[in-house]
Design a protein around this ligand. Structure first.
Ligand code: GTP
Ligand code: MG
Length: 195
């Protein structure tokens, strides 16, 4: 994918603040700190288009990124972040659910998982929901630079089994640091956008 333009077009906490045209959107979901915002930067070749942090809980709004005036990448707040109040957690979870359940522009939700860990309860629920909603169920496994080649193979098989992924094309080891499989992820996104 050749990126001619990448810019943030909206930060939303509710539906009224979403962009109003009918461009397709691809959203990234996953635990806090898994690397959702970093993936947007890696895909767009920008250092800090999306704000990242080594502390979980950085992204607190739904952030819409316009790509080439053609479609949008959508960065969601992470789930499973313990250091916030119950009220705050409920607010985030409602914000994410409202977007995922009601957004007509949404054509795919890509789940991000840390390749080093077995998927947790939240990840399983999210993946099941993604599949049940008729999306492809693409799992991008982040931080692969932290593992050896053989450990990557092993963890991919652990995650694949836990999530019940039959098609191995749907699970992709990735690294922001090494830009591993960025072209592959773009190819998958392009394919989705053609539908
Ligand atoms: P929230 O906004 O809190 O939900 O987190 P997020 O999922 O957007 O994570 P973010 O992109 O902010 O990344 C969290 C931390 O992980 C940052 O310190 C990133 O630099 C780091 N990180 C992200 N991807 C990778 C990766 O592939 N490899 C390594 N080594 N670090 C990564
Ligand atoms: Mg983030």
């Amino acid at each position: 994918m050749k990126i001619n333009k990448s810019e943030i077009t909206a930060l939303a906490v509710n539906e009224k603040q979403y962009p109003k045209d009918n461009k397709f959107e691809i959203a990234f979901a996953g635990r806090s700190n898994v690397g959702k915002s970093s993936l947007i930067n890696t895909l767009t070749n920008r250092k800090s288009l999306a704000k990242t942090s080594n502390k979980p809980g950085k992204t607190r709004t739904i952030n819409f990124y316009n790509i080439n005036d053609q479609f949008r990448l959508v960065d969601l707040p992470g789930y499973g972040y313990a250091q916030v109040s119950k009220g705050e957690k409920e607010k985030w979870s409602k914000m994410i659910d409202d977007y995922l359940h009601n957004r007509e522009n949404l054509v795919e939700v890509i789940l991000l998982l840390d390749i080093r860990h077995e998927p947790g309860e939240h990840d399983l629920t999210m993946y099941k929901w993604i599949k049940s909603y008729g999306f492809n169920g693409i799992a991008v496994c982040t931080k692969s630079d932290k593992l050896s080649k053989s450990q990557i193979t092993k963890q991919i098989s652990v995650i694949k089994k836990k999530l019940g992924i039959a098609d191995e094309n749907l699970i992709i080891p990735y690294s922001a640091e090494k830009r591993m499989n960025i072209e592959l992820i773009w190819e998958i996104i392009e394919e989705i956008l053609e539908v």
